[in-house]
Design a protein around this ligand. Structure first.
Ligand code: CU
Length: 365
């Protein structure tokens, strides 16, 4: 079938929105008609070349839509089902999935730019186009492995809950799954964009007493307060480590979340924890990034760890966050600054780079 997709042919060049061919779903695969896809920094990392990826590629990994067709052997979804994309698949059968760590699923070891049989479903002029994280949500339709879609309730607005498919779960999950932040804890969050605002919001939901937001952009600090920050620190105006330590009242916070993805901010976040504290890295750093850690910090029982797609169980965490949103307990509408058609995807990336939006969503008719 002919579908419209945004294709990246070269790094540092605009994506090209054009008609491409999409092959039928094979065994164990599903055809999804996307309703919406959120605009995320991870896509941009591929465009800038910070995250090397085979080209050409149809990007997009924060999508929600409706199952249009299923290939032979698919059992977990049927046509008409509403789904969120799962940029980390979970097979439910491997050592990791059975052991309770489905975000570490063994399917991650396979090339993520093809279907599981090692071939693409997108074609242009007879040439295959790569998929992105087996999702490719910057297209009106795509084919995914069954393991890469998560069924969700049908009364949730797809153009809103698509955000849960990456930024929301990636930001909120580390709070309740990885750090398991307890009632009354002190938390600091480096980076208050479309992901970090979810870390702040989740910390508020679990009852953190102090939620200190750190950013260099004043607008983002104002957003942080709307989403639950109790204190804000402008890292462009003062040393954020010293300020967070002072605000904590204990020489450092219980939990620091790094939602930027740079050497400097990871080191700052770790250094802002007190003895025995925990630093969770959520931000995606450009390939080749390294951090410097004073081993003395670790001898004082600090924990430096990270989180993939919420570090929990994506198949239950995504519906759970949607339930919280639908019952009015989780802000999603407020995360969406702009709704744009696919033809304005390049503009949407510009808006994100300029820090002018919490999240933009590409919406399909
Ligand atoms: Cu993302």
């Amino acid at each position: 079938m002919r579908v419209t997709a945004a294709v990246l042919y070269d790094t540092k060049k605009p994506v090209v929105v054009e008609d491409v061919e999409l092959l039928e779903p094979g065994p164990g695969e599903v055809l999804v008609r996307w309703k919406a896809n959120g605009v995320c920094h991870s896509d941009l990392h591929v465009i800038t070349g910070d995250y090397p990826h085979p080209l050409p590629v149809v990007l997009g990994h924060e999508a929600a839509g409706v199952i249009e067709k299923v290939g032979p052997g698919v059992v977990t979804v049927t046509p008409g089902d509403h789904v969120c994309s799962s940029y980390i698949p979970s097979c439910g059968k491997c050592w990791y999935c059975i052991g309770g760590q489905p975000t570490m699923c063994a399917l991650r070891d396979k090339p993520r730019w093809f279907m599981l049989d090692g071939t693409p479903r997108f074609r242009k002029d007879g040439r295959g186009l790569h998929h992105f994280l087996q999702v490719s949500g910057y297209a009106t339709h795509s084919v995914l492995p069954e393991e890469s879609v998560i069924p969700i309730r049908k009364d949730a607005p797809l153009e809103v809950v698509c955000l849960v498919s990456c930024g929301v779960l990636a930001g909120a999950g580390p709070v309740f799954n990885r750090a398991k932040v307890p009632l009354g804890a002190s938390v600091a969050v480096w980076g208050c964009g479309g992901v970090g605002l979810n870390t702040i919001q989740a910390a508020r939901l679990v009852g953190a007493a102090k939620i200190i937001a750190v950013d260099t952009v004043k607008q983002k600090l104002a957003w942080a307060e709307e989403f639950g920050a109790t204190h804000v620190v402008d890292a462009s105006a003062e040393d954020p480590v010293a300020r967070v330590q002072a605000l904590s009242g204990r020489g450092g916070v219980d939990f620091a979340f790094e939602v930027v993805g740079t050497q400097k901010t990871i080191e700052q976040a770790l250094n802002a924890t007190h003895r025995g504290g925990t630093c969770v890295v959520v931000g995606v750093s450009p390939a080749g990034t390294r951090v410097s850690v004073d081993p003395g910090m670790l001898l004082q029982q600090r924990v430096l760890t990270g989180s993939s797609f919420g570090a929990g169980h994506q198949r239950t965490d995504v519906p759970m966050l949607i339930d919280l949103y639908m019952s009015g307990k989780y802000k999603l509408d407020e995360l969406i600054s702009r709704r744009l058609p696919l033809t304005e995807l390049n503009h949407a990336f510009d808006l994100m780079v300029r820090g002018e939006v919490k999240r933009s969503v590409i919406v399909y008719d």
